[in-house]
Design a protein around this ligand. Sequence first.
Ligand code: F6P
Length: 510
Amino acid sequence: MSEAWPTIETHAARLRQTQLLDLFTAQSDRVSALTFSAPHMIADFSKQRIDAAVLSAFAKLAETAGFDAWRSKLFAGETVNNTEGRAAKHWALRANDAPAEVLDVRAAMNAFAQRIRPEIDAIVHLGIGGSDLGPRLIADALRSSRHSKPIELRFAANVDGADVDDAIAGLDPDRTLLIVVSKTFTTQETLANAEYVRAWKPKHIAAATAAPDKAVAWGVPAENVFPFWDWVGGRYSLWSSVSLSCVIALKDGAFDVLLAGAAEMDAHFRDTPFAQNLPALSAVVQMWNREALGHGSYALIPYMERLRLLPAWAQQLEMESNGKGVTRDGAPLTRSACAVTWGAAGTNAQHSFFQLLHQGADQIPVEFIVNEGAHEGPRTHRALVFANALAQAQALMVGKNAAQARAEMIAKGMNTEDAERLAPHRAFRGNRASTLMAIDALKPEALGALLAFYEHRTFAQSVLSGVNPFDQWGVELGKEMANQLLPALKGEALPKDIDPSTAAWVDRLR
Ligand code: F6P
């Protein structure tokens, strides 16, 4: 355990019971002191239960964890993924001086997009996990940057056949491009879906993969196979050919602008000292809430319909990266490296699970994101969105005590007895932490920067925890067992040594 932790824990004991509002009284410039900026975004941590002493204790933790050295290793292309013996160079896919092989594939994707657009009305993108969530998010987020030729873009990931059935329903195979997206080109779900759609005979088939030979062997014309490389992790791959469907569906150049925005965030993360480094500071807040204050999850709430898929993308990024039980060297962790990520778009989320955020017994920190730039749709809605986002953060912090609740009810004409009975139900403890972030526009460059921010925050958190964020061995056991159960579910004998519960269910379902 780093020697910084006892100090952090002392601060946690001091601040755990502190009223957030008192922190503003104690420090008149708290909002500006705890608001940090990076390309295309800012984050205000003033409603988090932190202060300068906490940040400096974490700076010490970063020092003992070798933060500067690990960051340099990442950007030098060294083997930061020690269990798979690989570099993690997703940043190179968007670098101004990207390797020639990257630029070649990007040029080929742009040329393919221009050639194929007139020949198709629809794209069916098949992939799962990192081969699905990023492009799905980009396509949804950048709807207003779509190409003028309308192309229906459908995604299917789930091996529940309804997904792939929906994806092709009503489309004309002669006017459809199937894109099979799989880094390994071995993923069971993607291949099962791809075989089903191939049998439907789409006129055009392409693939994005780090195993081009497998894609060609499967039947994709070699000239339509767009490679990426094993130094791009699945959940970090949206910057590669994995987003071919978006390159086609978006205006020419929009994807390049997304990459440029991400490169701006890379430069910020690479070159900014820890004390001003937004992804690193945000990682501190995540770790402080999870480890020092013991909050097991946080809610990610973009107040943007176009970013409704952000929580799903961030779930894979954060939990597949840092959901680990051992350090880089294989020693058991003494602290968790990762909170549960969950969330949905506001304002919709207010009308579902915000009840629990405001009055539930557990405190769950919230991360709000608003768009400071132009909004689509009716002009009057902009103020409504902001009022709601700000009010939720305010209500979480300020709350309303029982006496206030009682007085309000009496003022509205309720009798004292009923007001007394209802007051505990209508009171809010408040003192609940949140971060408020803003992007400067919902445009490709800002989206690129925002997604790169989350990638670097995840990396910074992994360094503070000492885990390798670039492997995902935890997904393997279930895959192996599914393959072992498959024959039995198709009618063959049960595997030997199967546990009684699974055996009973196989029996029931086959
Ligand atoms: O099962 C997890 C995982 O390996 C993810 O890391 C990855 O994004 C996803 O499966 C899809 O893998 P592939 O791109 O190789 O089909």
